[in-house]
Design a protein around this ligand. Structure first.
Ligand SMILES: *Cc1c(COP(=O)(O)O)cnc(C)c1O
Length: 414
């Protein structure tokens, strides 16, 4: 298929989601050289925008070229030295990803698990930290696989008191709800572009503080032919970082005013990130977060009015992902394919033990708007009825409409 003929879709998954036209247009702008001041200015502006996004005063906030998982790998690869003890609270699929990456960099991983669909009591994680004495806790903020959001503030505070590093995967939540990097004592946080930022997959914004920077400085390996004499005289005391592409010490030098060449920054993706963050800051973080919560409530009103059961009903539901239990006797993937084929609407299934048991409906970024909510409800209801499920016919869209009509004065800008 010619990419320019890609079919029109309504994407209601937990990523990738719909992208604003301004971002798509930015991506078609002419290429600039990586040391052209017009481009390095844009790099600096992007760092500033990312500090605002992460609500941090950290000096270092920049994107890794690659999907979100590249940001996770860059942080973990650069912090973990073989044998380091790492505690990972796992409450869904992406917690297992953290475990997997930590193991590859030869950490001594201690995993604690809770049932999928629930989150940890923070006290429990803190007690484990005291018992295990890890160098780092690595934790997911928003588990897209289960639709849950882990509270982090107390864990972060306890980590700081024990001088334990706190690394957070905020890929799903960044740009959709508050992620208070400084206030929650997060030492390194990773975001993603293809979720609530509504930018195509291919960049992973990260931020980290001085505590992390100190470790990078200690582990710095100097690439010959690039570094100055000064760098070559810097003594290294730690194990060199085991990855070249994901070496944050080198990446930091590239993003610093010295612009020591590492990779070639992905030009068009940086345009996309810059434009997407400009849109986000024009909207304003509070408005954006309120918009996400607002449409999520409309979706929930519609789903429950239809008689469907939600997988997560407790207070730690992830605001940008709503998991719906698949009614008894239905083929979950068949219904999804039916919706895509007839309506061009995409929703997601889940992983591992939840595959076939729940659907996941995303309300992220540009996809998170009224027409999309009404359309996904209509398409789901029609697909369910056609495929023989018992639902309250006609109730879903009506309930969402009632919600929108009731709120229209209070929330006129959504
Ligand atoms: C989507 C997601 C990832 C992986 O993102 P990619 O962009 O596919 O690499 C990691 N963690 C969480 C919590 C996610 O939701």
């Amino acid at each position: 298929m010619d990419a320019s003929l890609s079919p029109k879709r309504t994407i209601m998954t937990p990523g990738p989601v719909e992208v604003d036209h301004r971002v798509l247009r930015a991506m078609s702008a002419p290429i600039l050289g990586q040391f052209d001041p017009a481009f390095t200015d844009m790099m600096n502006q992007t760092m500033d925008q990312l500090r605002k996004l992460f609500q941090t005063t950290n000096e270092w906030a920049f994107p890794i070229n690659g999907t979100s998982r590249s940001g996770i790998e860059a942080v973990l690869a650069s912090l973990i030295e073989p044998g380091d003890r790492v505690l990972v609270p796992v409450y869904g699929r992406f917690g297992h990803l953290l475990v997997e990456i930590c193991e590859r960099y030869r950490a001594d991983v201690w995993k604690i698990e809770c049932e999928w669909g629930t989150v940890f009591n923070e006290e429990e994680v803190i007690a484990q930290m005291h018992a295990i004495q890890p160098k780092m806790i690595a934790c997911v903020h928003g588990e897209t696989s289960t639709g849950c959001m882990q509270p982090l503030a107390q864990i972060g505070k306890a980590c700081r008191e024990q001088d334990c590093l706190f690394v957070v995967d905020a890929v799903a939540t960044i740009g959709g709800t508050d992620v208070f990097v400084d206030e929650w004592c997060i030492d390194a946080a990773i975001g993603g572009t293809q979720k609530c930022l509504s930018i195509p997959a291919g960049m992973a914004p990260i931020t980290y503080n001085k505590r992390v920077e100190a470790i990078l400085g200690r582990r710095k390996k100097v690439e010959r032919g690039i570094a100055t004499a000064d760098d070559q005289n810097t003594p290294t005391q730690g194990a060199p970082i085991a990855s070249n592409y994901f070496d944050l010490a080198m990446l930091q030098d590239y993003w610093s005013p010295r612009r020591l060449n590492h990779h070639t920054e992905a030009t068009s993706m940086l345009y996309a990130l810059h434009e997407g963050l400009t849109l986000l800051l024009e909207e304003g973080l509070p408005h954006r977060f309120a918009r996400h919560a607002y449409h999520e409530k409309a979706l929930i009103a519609g789903l429950t009015a239809m008689g469907l059961e939600l997988f997560v009903t407790h207070e730690h539901k992830l605001p940008m992902v709503t998991c719906v239990c698949v009614p008894e006797g239905l083929d979950a993937d068949h219904v999804r394919a039916f919706m895509l084929r007839h309506f061009g609407v995409e929703i997601a299934s889940s992983f591992g033990p939840l595959h076939g048991k729940i659907w996941r409906i995303g309300t992220m970024g540009s996809s998170c708007r009224k027409e999309n909510i009404l359309f996904v409800l209509a398409a789901l209801e029609a697909a369910l009825i056609y495929n023989g499920a018992k639902v309250e016919a006609g109730k879903g869209v009506q309930a969402a409409l009632v919600y929108y009509e009731q709120k229209k004065n209070a929330c006129s800008t959504f």
